[in-house]
Unconditional design. Structure first.
Length: 348
């Protein structure tokens, strides 16, 4: 088992497996809803949010989401932890507390031993225990490539429900994790990862975004989403589009996992970066090629992007500091009034 490298059995890695935003838009072009069946549906497929929300009629909403992908690391235990943290993040991004999960497993039983899949499940159990989530069962299939993820449910008091379309002009933008996961994962797959960067991406991906359930309760926090396969620019453009706003990103204030220039110089970047840019590049203002490669880099289990009113920023900073997230106290940008003639996002 120690000789098995899971990433060699998949054509993609983590959230880099996601369909490009433009492709997804085509698939969802004809969204259908049945009014009688969705009377209590607060958040559904009419928006591009992180989870569905259903009004329980007692002041709370039931949150529901699913996320799964192919290995982004070689270690099966870590793969289970990362995939689970990534799926659970959608609940935190809506301001909720996760409570139950169902596992989704696809496994090439002719290529990989069942014991390896068992280690993936063990990793999932460990992160679910950390999040206080009951891993209550699941479903498995024989599959050409290893796939793992969770369907997760959670609860949120409706006043604390946060969507990705609630940002307002002048809101400050906070990001709760460093970026560069896609670049480092590609470097590892190509055998280019430096010794000092081993485990850096995995450690970040396995960290829960539980801060979302904390800051959602603060006055002045208007919008939250998590940064995953579409990269910062993709998820921020969705926030701008849904909120009717523009944004400015201060690239020098975006924290990086390591010196990404080293890997970009060696061509270590995922194919998802190009697919991302092809999908939403027209919504972004003038940007250097290097910044484009970084800000469109697909993240797996990335941080939360939080839009907060300037006069409420100190409360968010206090919450971040209490959670040990001192590295992320500086806003990375700001929302602005929508300019219908210009791009959604300017990068400075």
């Amino acid at each position: 088992m120690n000789d098995i490298r899971l990433t060699q059995y998949s054509h993609g890695a983590g959230c880099g497996c996601k369909l490009a935003p433009a492709v997804l838009d085509k698939i969802l072009a004809n969204r259908l809803t049945t009014p009688e069946a969705t009377a209590n549906l607060l958040v559904g497929n009419s928006s591009k949010d992180d989870a569905g929300a259903y009004d329980l009629g007692d002041g709370r909403a039931l949150l529901s989401t699913t996320d799964f992908f192919m290995p982004i690391v070689d270690d099966p235990f870590e793969f289970g932890r990362i995939a689970s943290a990534n799926a659970i993040s959608d609940i935190y991004a809506m301001g909720g507390e996760p409570n139950m999960a169902i596992a989704i497993l696809g496994w090439p039983i002719d290529k990989l031993p069942a014991e390896v899949a068992g280690r993936v499940i063990e990793g999932a159990r460990s992160i679910c225990a950390e999040a206080g989530v009951a891993l209550a069962g699941g479903h498995s299939i024989d599959c050409p490539e290893p796939i793992f993820g969770l369907a997760v449910s959670g609860l949120v008091d409706i006043p604390n429900l946060k969507q990705n379309n609630g940002a307002q002009a002048d809101d400050l933008l906070f990001l709760t994790k460093s970026i560069g996961v896609g670049i480092l994962a590609t470097a590892e797959k190509k055998g280019l990862l430096r010794a000092e960067d081993e485990g850096v991406a995995a450690e970040s991906m396995m960290r829960l975004n539980s801060i979302g359930a904390v800051v959602s309760k603060l006055d002045g926090v208007n919008s939250i989403t998590d940064v995953t396969g579409f990269g910062i620019l993709g998820h921020l453009s969705e926030m701008c589009e849904g909120s009717g706003t523009n944004a400015v990103v201060e690239v020098d204030k975006v924290n990086l996992l390591t010196d990404l220039d080293y890997y970009l110089d060696k061509g270590a970047y995922p194919g998802g970066t190009g697919r991302n840019w092809d999908s939403y590049g027209s919504k972004i203002g003038e940007i250097s090629e290097r910044n484009r490669m970084v800000l469109a880099d697909p993240q797996t289990s990335g941080g939360l992007l939080i839009a907060v009113q300037p006069d409420a920023a100190d409360g968010v900073k206090t919450a971040l500091k209490a959670a040990g997230l001192d590295l992320y106290l500086e806003p990375i940008g700001q929302m602005h009034e929508r300019n219908s003639d210009g791009p959604y996002i300017q990068v400075r």
